[in-house]
Design a protein around this ligand. Structure first.
Ligand code: NAP
Length: 315
């Protein structure tokens, strides 16, 4: 039976492994919603640990994932995608029977594959991904409203036993209490959807900013000065954390290459239309894409309220 989370503490003790933008936002949002009791944090960075102590939002701060997860009812893995298995391997021996382990990684299939064998019997792994973020990193970057009205995709394992279903439902309720909308999805489908909506756009941004930086005919000063013409938005996306994005592309290789292939074909078609002066083709595409943008706004995923004056994107 799932508890009604808004009425009180759902997880008396929560452990967060990796306390950067997402980990610290989970802590702020869970504390604001009153759904967790004690919070323990493990982070590999001594500098970050010192800063978390200073900010005072965790009850225990340690370098040791096993120490953090001891007695925890909910464990949130919030490290870069390729660091997930190492973090869980360290924590696993200390996991409490009955605990739920989730992650916030931007790639789901590869992460589930490496985490599943590390989970002890009696512990429930329910992978997840909050579709919310900013280009900022580290323990100072988090804020309680990050997940408000954003989507969280959970990709539960294919298990039908009651204890597992209850644990998954409790995690759904947890994210809802943090202000998020929750969807469940097959992990491979998640990876394909995110390859289109997030991973490819980031790849394009990294590429175009790199191309502009390498152009010999255009000076760096001109790139900065005239960046309002679309380029500025790409530079914001291309400022995203290099470790995180390296891991995403390596872990979601198949889906990204699949979508990149489609994208390249469509780009070739556009290039032909420009070369042959086929304005109607360009006009038709630009009209369709404008309608998509309006649909996103209508779905409430791009409003000043949803953004809280900050820049939210979807890694
Ligand atoms: P972040 O701000 O860089 O925070 C990650 C933290 O984990 C850092 O303090 C990092 O320390 C620490 N860390 C790295 N490896 C560790 C390990 N093995 N054990 C313990 N701590 C470790 O990253 P983030 O943006 O919060 O992203 C975390 C996860 O959320 C990633 O899997 C990402 O794919 C996912 N995600 C991110 C966003 C986004 O917009 N940023 C959105 C949705 C999901 P160092 O800095 O010293 O390495």
């Amino acid at each position: 039976m799932s508890r009604n989370l808004k009425t009180g503490v759902m997880y008396p003790r929560m452990a967060v492994i990796g306390c950067g933008l997402i980990g610290s936002s989970v802590i702020h949002a869970a504390r604001a919603a009153g759904v967790v009791g004690d919070v323990a944090v493990a982070d590999a960075s001594a500098e970050h640990r010192a800063r978390i102590q200073e900010l005072g939002y965790a009850d225990l701060v340690t370098a040791d994932p096993a120490e953090a997860v001891k007695d925890a009812d909910l464990v949130v893995l919030a490290v870069p995608v390729l660091a997930m298995s190492g973090a869980l391997a360290q924590a696993a021996p200390a996991l409490k029977p009955g605990a739920t382990v989730t992650d916030v990684g931007s790639v789901k299939s590869a992460v589930a594959e490496v985490l599943t064998p590390l989970i002890p019997d009696g512990v429930f792994l329910v992978p997840g991904h909050p579709i919310a973020g900013t280009e900022y990193s580290g323990p100072d970057a988090g804020f309680a409203e990050l997940f408000q009205n954003r989507w969280v995709i959970l990709t539960p394992l294919s298990r039908e036993d009651d204890p597992y279903l209850e644990a998954a439902q409790q995690l759904v309720d947890f994210w809802r209490a943090l202000g998020a909308n929750v969807d469940r999805m097959d992990d491979k489908h998640h990876d394909l959807v995110l390859a289109v909506t997030s991973h490819l756009p980031h790849l394009i941004a990294y590429n175009i900013v790199g191309t502009a930086a390498d152009l010999e005919e255009v000076t760096q000063a001109e790139v900065m000065k005239y960046s309002a013409g679309g380029f500025r938005d790409f530079t914001r996306i291309a400022a995203s954390d290099p470790t995180m994005w390296r891991d995403i592309f390596l872990a979601n290789k198949d889906a990204v290459l699949e979508i990149l292939g489609r994208f390249t074909e469509d780009l070739q078609a556009l290039s032909r239309a420009i070369r042959w002066g086929e304005g109607d083709k360009l006009f038709e595409l630009f009209t369709r894409t404008r309608a998509i943008r309006r649909g996103i706004v209508a779905a409430g995923q791009e409003t000043p309220e949803a953004n809280f004056g900050r820049d939210h994107r979807t890694p």
